[in-house]
Design a protein around this ligand. Structure first.
Ligand code: NAD
Ligand code: DAU
Length: 349
């Protein structure tokens, strides 16, 4: 297959490119990425000498640029490019609407004009909103996003559905739970715990830390997207989850034990507004139709992740030097200062 991958310089996109090139010798990939703060070509050093791989810088919301890229001719598009961090979307949602909604619409329209035969939209489990205890979402569950990020992804997801219904656009939608593994930007919880612990810095745990996420090893997600690309039915949606439901506090404690760092680094901070309590998915459809199943246990995946971040401290330093510290200060330290002030005045948390 000749593939166009968008957002391939990010965490999951770069893992996906390496995954495909290692497993499908006949495939070639063009990676279209704007290189925002989370896009990093260092993630792709392992394939940059591969003649089947090419990088093109560009914005998916730039119609002219996208059409030019598509004029090279592709069998399929795998669309990862997005603004992805919930906390950033709470600070300012405008880039989320621009890239995740406008950009996805622009890309699908150009793909339709270019008569692309397959388009995989990488959506997320966050479109379903928060699951009640014991509840699990199926692909038919209603969408009820709670953050500006999740709402922008839900809008893209629904636009894809509409393009299928209206134009028979050959789209397949995937919705996966929380990924972890190499090359994840350290604003996300697991790499944040790892990088803060390594520096002996406090680790912010939102609320009581009892929110539950289902953690999936990134390569298992890549295998799911690959299966959806090759075996998925047009117009269908596929959930991917790993059944690894852990409260955040337990994950953080477990990582600190692996690193042999003190539990006292954990610091409870004010909760994320609109924080989803729990994510959980039924994945029988992807297992039955695509023959997909997650392979990596959380214990094994975390062990590998800890090893990767420990031996790639220069990668963490590099990404943190590109505007990350300013974001961290703005987001956490201001919240902490406000909270400390409120508590000093007897205010409510
Ligand atoms: P990431 O933030 O690490 O990477 C996003 C990539 O998109 C970056 O390389 C960035 O430069 C690029 N990008 C952003 N705006 C762009 C634009 N306008 N044009 C072109 N490129 C642009 O994100 P990630 O965690 O790798 O997530 C990838 C996709 O998977 C997203 O669509 C996300 O919603 C989805 N997803 C993520 C998870 C998760 O746990 N991380 C789970 C389910 C689904
Ligand atoms: O579920 C899939 C989604 O997972 C993806 O669609 C998103 O792109 C991805 O960012 C992720 O969203 P979350 O909000 O679940 O991930 P995050 O790593 O930001 O947070 C995980 C949990 O940890 C969440 O309950 C909030 C909590 N948390 C997070 C941070 C950054 C903390 O307690 N402290 C923190 O500092």
């Amino acid at each position: 297959m000749k593939l166009l991958v968008t957002g391939g310089a990010g965490f999951i996109g770069s893992n996906f490119i390496c995954y495909i090139l290692a497993r499908h010798r006949g495939d070639s990939i063009v990676n279209l990425d704007k290189l925002t703060y989370s896009g990093n070509l260092r993630n792709l050093r392992g394939v940059e000498g591969d003649r089947r791989y090419k990088f093109v810088r560009g914005d998916i919301a730039d119609g002219r640029r996208v059409r030019k890229v598509l004029s090279a001719g592709f069998d399929a598009i795998v669309h990862f490019a997005a603004e992805t961090h919930v906390d950033r979307s709470i600070l300012d949602g405008s880039a989320f609407v621009q890239t995740n909604v406008q950009g996805t619409e622009c890309l699908m329209t150009a793909a339709q004009e270019a008569r692309i035969k397959r388009f995989v939209l990488v959506s997320t489990d966050e479109v379903y909103g928060s699951a009640q205890p014991g509840e699990k979402f199926t692909e038919e569950s209603p969408l009820a996003p709670n953050s500006p990020y999740a709402a922008s992804k839900a809008a893209a997801d629904l636009l894809a559905r509409a393009h299928f219904r209206t134009f028979r656009f050959p789209v397949i939608i995937t919705r996966c739970t929380n990924n972890y593994g190499p090359f994840q930007y350290p604003e996300k919880f697991i790499p944040l715990v790892l990088s803060r612990a390594a520096g002996g810095q406090s680790i912010p745990v939102y609320g009581g830390g009892m929110q539950v996420r289902d953690w999936i090893w990134v390569e298992d997600h890549c295998a799911g997207v690959d299966a959806a690309l090759r075996k998925g039915r047009e117009g269908e949606t596929y959930n991917f989850g790993a059944g690894n439901e852990w409260p955040n506090l337990e994950i953080a404690r477990y990582i600190l034990r692996l690193l042999n760092k003190p539990q006292s680094l954990l610091t409870f901070v004010r909760d994320r507004p609109g924080h989803d309590r729990r994510y959980a998915l039924h994945c029988e459809k992807s297992q039955g139709e695509l023959g997909w199943a997650p392979r990596t246990s959380l214990e094994e995946g975390l062990k590998q992740t800890v090893e990767w971040y420990t031996s790639n401290a220069d990668w963490v330093r590099h990404v943190e030097s590109r505007g990350y510290r300013a974001y961290y200060r703005k987001h956490y330290e201001r919240r902490e200062a406000t909270l400390a002030k409120a508590l000093a005045h007897g205010g409510r948390k």
